[in-house]
Design a binder for this molecule. Structure first.
Ligand code: PMP
Length: 408
């Protein structure tokens, strides 16, 4: 129902607001919550956040910080303690040294990505975004007067960007390539050889910078250590802006703390913007994040095992449902399942399933909230978050199976 308070014909909104849409995943999660609150029995598979609580040692660090009076503004680019912890983590994970002034922090990785675009693009500068993509990238680019260049990465290449597709997408106006590995929504992870092949293309185009969104880099199911772009292609270091945060790795979504490392000129520009926007992220969250990054890492290992088990359960169950298929992703806590077998069919209500949006709405009628592939730039698919209990995953798959079986 429309709310009359939203109607204010004389109030002119800025173009940057009217050009963009709200995040579809946030909207889908809100819709699922609303239906549950209204008493509907919904298994919510939309949530993009760990179901675990923040580990106690991290909470204790936050309490200790408060009690020690760390309750004031900090430096715009974060406390020394936090930036030292970030630099040490970068060294551990990538072997690269970053000076403390090449590091900045913000109220989530999301805010930092937005600011990176705000600081670097305008006049239809182009940003290459491989699809399926995290829903926010295109709108963040559009909000900042840039032009998203969407490159479709089909399932038969594991939803990954190929060097040929990258080469074909680069123009003189290209400013950024966005590379998200492990990916939301597909869980796809680029291996070292794939990163080197993309790196070879990038080395031929020195005007292109790379924003690597590494927010899921602790959640991956391969052997050994995950390789990041800067590690695979150190020659690109001056052109890589690596974004990360504590939300996913340490179950700290509500603490709103993200960070990034990269070219000093960009980091300084972001700091200048932050000085006018937020002054700094919460001092308490910074203390907690420093403890998370430099403390005991057993939560990361344990939660990783749980995500892997859940992935295995969900993939097996989904692949047993006629009309659906899903490859096991290498990382993150999402499944991007193919629903082409359901498209063109008819629901018991008589409604035709024309596309993946119809399919997820049909699933919602059957008690499962998921997000349609079109929201991520690729159809016909749907995304399920497995950041929920095995029992709920089983129940969701049972409902999806019954719903698919009822299609004719
Ligand atoms: N990048 C990706 C791919 C994400 O999925 C998210 C969270 N949904 C973020 C960045 C931002 O996370 P945060 O702002 O909580 O650090």
């Amino acid at each position: 129902m429309k709310d009359a308070r939203w109607e204010m014909p004389d109030f002119k909104l800025a173009k940057r607001v009217t050009r963009i849409k709200p995040s579809p995943s946030t909207a889908a999660a809100a819709r699922a919550k609303e239906l549950k609150a209204a008493g509907r029995d919904i298994v919510d598979m939309t949530v993009g956040e760990p179901d675990f609580d923040t580990p106690d040692i991290i909470k204790q660090a936050a309490v200790a910080a408060m009690q020690a009076g760390q309750t004031k503004y900090t430096a715009v680019n974060g406390t020394l303690e936090l930036r030292q912890a970030i630099a040490a983590r970068m060294k551990r994970h990538t072997g690269q040294d970053y000076a403390l002034d090449q590091i900045t922090v913000g109220g989530g990785g999301k805010q930092i990505i937005f600011l990176a675009f705000m600081a670097s693009i305008d006049d239809d500068d182009e940003v290459i975004i491989p699809a399926p993509y995290w829903v926010s990238y295109p709108d963040m680019v559009i909000a900042n007067e840039g032009k998203p260049v969407i490159v479709t990465c089909p399932e038969d290449n594991g939803f990954k960007l190929t060097p040929e597709a990258l080469e074909a997408a680069i123009t003189p106006k290209t400013r950024w390539l966005v590379l998200n590995s492990p990916s939301n929504p597909t869980g796809a992870v680029y291996n070292e050889a794939e990163l080197k092949a993309l790196g070879a293309v990038l080395e031929r185009h020195p005007h292109v910078f790379v924003l690597t969104d590494e927010i899921y880099d602790e959640i991956w199911f391969g052997e050994g250590k995950l390789v990041s772009l800067v590690e695979a292609v150190p020659a690109l270091k001056e052109r890589i802006f690596a974004v990360n945060g504590v939300s996913k790795s340490y179950a700290m979504t509500g603490w709103r703390l993200g960070y990034a490392v990269g070219p000093l000129v960009l980091v300084n520009a972001i700091n200048k913007l932050q000085s006018q926007i937020s002054s700094c992220p919460s001092s308490i969250s910074q203390a907690a994040a420093a403890a998370a990054l430099s403390g005991d890492q057993s939560f990361v290992a344990e939660s990783g095992k749980a995500y892997r088990r859940r992935r295995d359960v969900a993939v097996e169950l989904l692949n047993g449902i006629p009309g659906l298929s899903c490859k096991a992703p290498d990382g993150a806590f999402y499944l991007f399942a193919n629903c082409s077998g359901a498209i063109g069919k008819t629901a018991p209500s008589g409604q035709k399933i024309e596309n993946d949006l119809d399919f997820v709405l049909y699933l919602l009628d059957n008690g499962v909230a998921a997000i349609h592939g079109a929201a991520y730039g690729l159809s016909p698919y749907f995304r399920l978050s497995t950041a929920t209990s095995e029992d709920l995953i089983r129940e969701a798959c049972r409902r999806i199976e019954a719903a698919c079986a009822a299609l004719s």
